[in-house]
Design a protein around this ligand. Structure first.
Ligand SMILES: Cc1ncc(COP(=O)(O)O)c(C=O)c1O
Length: 422
């Protein structure tokens, strides 16, 4: 049955539409942190950040169903829920981030943020990290640096390395490490200016998720942003992965690096699976852009999307899921350190809150093949996770925020067995 579905998928969606695992999983339902396949087998979901408050959370399901049964249409009418949602969302962010535009995907949000930044600064230059992904529009694809794309990297963009103290910090203090990498931003700004582009924006993921969750280097992001601002550019902070409390210690990843961005983008977890995303900036920035350039999004923030997103905020608050991410995340991290001490193939433990990774190594060198084996083996053992990073050797774990200590024990026990069996 699943084999037939796989063939039909190749035929209907193309042979290279991405799929996880050597033996893809055919999932048919989910509840909380568990999903079930077509044979009735259950898997612990230690990977998916989209069902942020848990798969099929009844509160979100009910809010979506109720609104879908009442009214859903495009976004150019007055509707209470979207306004209240924007008020509640922006109240979680520091001044001057008080105005939202809702979209349907993180890609749309980042694309819009770049347009706004270019308009506000009158410049075109763009700085990203050299191992990043921010979306699938033509502009964002052209500055994708972590996997292959057909678009050429543009002349008005620069890719800078971000510090990874575990690997390039040897013999350097944190301040020296920050200096070294801020110097790359200074050089990028200078060369954009010399070529007449100027710098409009530095676009960074506050948690460097696709980069493989390197430990933060105090001061690095703040100084990189300062450099760009001094040249007249803005900081667009991509919170698509780190936002909505995932890091446990803060609602937004940028709070942890101590910088208030000019524009924040968000997506994946926002509607618990319903496609809603957004851009938040100061009212002048948003209003001036919209005065100069009509922006409307047929589906972005429609009544059903707004109801889904509102229910996510409700559940986050009522079930104190950010706090849960902090507590359970700390527990997992401590136990991952113990696994690292017992298994030679485990290198550095990375991450924070319910977003963590372990490096898999062989003789001290990155071991992407072993990591891939481990990901597939964990799937066979009933735990879903994946891998990321420059060398594809960081095991990526990012479960729904309702992940409990018992779920963590199941994950850790299974991981221990899989590492032993390598
Ligand atoms: C950091 C980051 N930004 C933006 C996006 C794009 O979001 P979407 O797939 O909703 O367009 C992704 C998707 O993986 C992402 O990881």
């Amino acid at each position: 049955m699943s084999h037939d579905l796989l063939q039909r998928r190749f035929d209907a969606l193309g042979r290279n539409a991405p799929l996880f695992y050597d033996r893809p999983v055919h999932l048919v339902r989910g509840e909380g942190v568990w999903v079930e396949d077509s044979d009735g087998r259950r898997y612990l979901d230690a990977y998916n950040n989209v069902p942020h408050v848990g798969h099929c959370h009844p509160r979100v399901v009910e809010a979506v169903a109720r609104q879908a049964a009442t009214l859903n249409l495009h976004t150019r009418y007055l509707h209470e829920t979207v306004v209240e949602y924007a008020e509640r969302l922006t109240a979680t962010l520091a001044e001057p981030l008080d105005t939202a535009i809702l979209t349907c995907s993180g890609s749309e949000a980042n694309e819009l943020a770049l347009r706004m930044a270019r308009f506000a600064t009158g410049r075109s230059g763009l700085i990203v990290s050299d191992f990043s992904y921010h979306g699938n529009t033509a502009t964002l694809a052209s500055v994708t640096t972590c996997f292959p794309v057909v678009e050429a990297f543009p002349a008005h963009a620069r890719a800078v390395r971000v510090p990874d103290p575990r690997h390039d910090g040897a013999g350097l203090t944190e301040a020296e490490l920050a200096d070294r990498y801020v110097a790359e931003v200074v050089a990028a700004v200078r060369s954009l200016e010399q070529e007449g582009h100027g710098v409009a924006v530095i676009l960074l993921d506050s948690f460097f998720a696709n980069e493989g969750l390197p430990d933060p280097v105090p001061g690095y992001v703040a100084r990189a942003v300062e450099t760009v601002r001094a040249a007249g550019g803005l900081f667009v902070c991509d919170e698509v992965q780190a936002g909505f409390g995932r890091t446990g210690d803060a609602m937004w990843g940028h709070e942890l690096v101590g910088v208030v961005p000019d524009i924040v983008t968000m997506g994946k977890p926002m509607g618990n699976g319903h496609p809603v995303a957004g851009v938040v900036a100061g009212n002048d920035l948003v209003s001036d852009f919209q005065a100069a350039s009509t922006y409307f999004n047929t589906f972005g923030g429609n009544p059903v999307s707004a109801a889904a997103a509102m229910a996510v905020l409700d559940v986050l608050e009522e079930e104190q899921l950010q706090r849960n991410a902090q507590v359970v995340g700390g527990y997992v991290r401590g136990h991952l350190e113990k696994l690292a001490a017992r298994h030679e193939v485990v290198g550095a433990v990375r991450g924070r809150g319910l977003f963590f990774g372990i490096e898999i190594q062989d003789d001290g060198r990155p071991a992407p093949d072993l990591t891939k084996r481990l990901v597939n083996d964990m799937r066979e053992r009933g735990v879903l996770l994946s891998r990321i990073g420059r060398h594809d050797n960081v095991l990526k774990m990012r479960p729904p925020l309702s992940f409990s200590q018992a779920d963590a024990d199941f994950l850790l026990g299974t991981l221990d067995d899989a590492l032993t069996g390598l």
